[in-house]
Design a protein around this ligand. Structure first.
Ligand SMILES: *Cc1c(COP(=O)(O)O)cnc(C)c1O
Length: 405
């Protein structure tokens, strides 16, 4: 008889966002006269920019004609897109990445889970705490995280690296030696970043310990400060220890369209085995990448007009971030983030737990946010608000929050 992957049974019950959904539904049913504003969504809301829409239409037309029709895409992705990435995301920042070190995919979420395929189940992972839950969940599914301890809300075989206020929400180097280190900067949910000098310490640590860093740079486009690196490869020696994940989701609105890429430098090796060739092998057999139509849309992002249009969208969200950050600071909240990321992280007032504050905000201001505890044990006592709403709703939500304080 077949057996299942019983690691799935170890996953803790309800996913954060389904609990939120249930609470919001119950509230709106009981209070149909109270319109709620959502500042909890981790999804973009602006439509795809005109240059991308134009590219999509013309790629669809190509698919309609035998002379321009495209079947399976090349394993690593189309060269037109990988060249644009190598030139504009890397070379323009003084980093040389070859086009066969870039692997186009259907998004950073899939890649951050799938990358585990090329690593042993015996590796020990280290994660920022709090962070995007996908890293821990997918490692749990592969059996790399030990047992879930419900009371402590943590896995027995994971190194949690607390990101706390005293360190500006950046982790300290762990005293225990991990094999795989997940770093996400700018961070979801805290909105925090790391300077190039700080990131260099992680690269040196990984090289010294023989660990691999999986660097999630999904929010790279939101960086506004000079000394914050856009890529881990801006650090010396990163090519021998780091994989980088990128996405078109948050910078260009592709959350529903799906496009991302992963960089695996050829120098990154375990013994004499290059991870690049393992991942290439995987792409050849397990993976169909992203459709031609979508890769053409991605190429349009790198045109001059496309760049101007997506930058305008990022600026729109970051203006919301400023409204939230400044409004809440005025109202006496302790806030961080929102400068290099579309996320604002706030300390709950009066020692409320994250979920207590969720209920308080929903009932008193009819505003929905995300409890920090959903992103890891060190998120308890914190709360995430996001800048992806409309400007009008964002303003209105902050007014409501100010009025209950
Ligand atoms: C939204 C997000 C992503 C993007 O994932 P896609 O699959 O490309 O949509 C990746 N990492 C983090 C931390 C995110 O918040």
């Amino acid at each position: 008889m077949f057996e299942i992957n019983d690691n799935y049974l170890k996953l803790p019950g309800s996913y954060l966002f389904s609990t939120i959904g249930k609470k919001v539904n119950a509230f709106t049913q009981a209070n149909p006269d109270k319109p709620i504003i959502r500042l909890g969504i981790g999804d973009v809301t602006l439509p795809l920019c005109p240059k991308v829409i134009e590219a999509l239409h013309s790629a669809v037309d190509e698919m309609a004609d035998a002379s321009t029709f495209k079947g399976y895409a090349p394993d690593l992705g189309y060269e037109f897109l990988r060249s644009a990435i190598a030139n504009q995301d890397y070379r323009a920042r003084g980093v040389e990445i070859e086009i066969d070190e870039i692997f186009i995919s259907d998004g950073a979420k899939s890649d951050s889970g799938n990358i585990g395929d090329i690593f042993s189940v015996n590796n020990k992972i280290a994660v920022c705490d709090p962070v995007y839950p996908v890293y821990v969940d997918t490692n749990a599914m592969s059996g790399r995280t030990g047992e879930y301890m419900a009371k402590e809300e943590r896995w027995s075989n994971v190194i949690y690296m607390p990101c706390l206020e005293e360190n500006n929400f950046a982790p300290k180097l762990p005293s225990e030696t991990p094999d795989m280190i997940y770093l996400c900067f700018p961070n979801n949910p805290t909105g925090s970043t790391i300077s190039k000098e700080e990131l260099q310490k992680w690269v040196d640590f990984a090289n010294e310990k023989g660990a691999v860093i999986i660097y999630d740079a999904a929010y790279e486009a939101y960086i506004s400060q000079e000394n914050v690196p856009h890529s881990i490869y801006e650090c010396q020696g990163a090519k021998t220890c780091a994989i980088e994940l990128r996405s078109f989701s948050k910078n260009a609105g592709f959350t529903g369209t799906r496009l991302g890429f992963t960089v695996i430098p050829k120098e990154l090796k375990s013994g004499d085995v290059a991870l690049n060739s393992l991942w290439a092998r995987r792409h050849g057999t397990k993976f169909n990448g992203a459709p031609y139509i979508i890769q053409k849309a991605g190429e349009a992002v790198y045109t001059e007009e496309g760049q101007a249009q997506v930058k305008e969208q990022v600026a729109y969200y970051m203006n919301n971030a400023k409204v939230i950050r400044e409004g809440l600071a005025d109202a006496g909240f302790r806030v961080s983030g929102g400068v290099d990321a579309p996320y604002i992280w706030l300390k709950t007032p009066d020692n409320m737990t994250s979920w207590e504050f969720f209920d308080y905000l929903l009932e008193r201001a009819n505003v929905v946010g995300t409890p920090g505890s959903g992103f890891g044990p060190s998120g308890e006592g914190y709360f995430r608000l996001t800048a992806f709403g409309t400007y009008e709703n964002t303003l209105a939500a902050i007014e409501r929050i100010k009025n209950i304080k």
